[in-house]
Write a protein that binds this ligand. Sequence first.
Ligand code: NI
Length: 163
Amino acid sequence: MVLKIIKFPNPILRKKAKLVKKVTPVIIQLIDDMIETMHAAPGVGLAAPQVKKSIQVIVVDPGSGAIALVNPKLLESSGCQIFTEGCLCLPGVEAPVERASHVKVKGLDRDGEEITITTDGFLATILQHEIDHLEGIVFIDRVKDPSLIKYVKPAKEKKEELL
Ligand code: NI
C-alpha cells in the first residue's frame, strides 16, 4: 500500500524516532509499504517518520534493489563528498550537501537478522540522509550556505532522484 508522505515542517520530522524492539509482522508490513511508497514517489530512500511513524526504519534503493534497515546505526564514516540532494518531504527543494563518502552501517534486515553495509558513493549519501531523518534532521539543516538552496519545479513534474 502506498503511504502518505508528510511535508516539512510537520513536527514529526523533528522528533527522534524510537528504536524498534522486534521485527514483527507489523514492522515487515510497514517495510513493504515503505518500499512501495518509495518506488511510487519515485524516490531512492524513505524513513519511517516521513510516513508519520516515528520509529527507526529506513528503506533505500540506489537503483539496484530495495534494502530495508531497522535501527540503523552509523558505525564508521570517512572521507567527504557532495551530492545535490532533495527530499520527498520538501518537494521542489534541492541543495548540495557535504557528507562522508564511505560509511559502515549496522542494522536489522526485514527478517530481523543483523546486517552490516559498507559502502561509498551515492548509497553512502542516501543512508546518511535517511539516518538523519531518524534523528529529526532534514537535509537543508546540513547545507552550509543557505544561498545554495534551490527551489525547482515540484518533484512530480521532474524525474528527479529524491530521498
Ligand atoms: Ni528525505
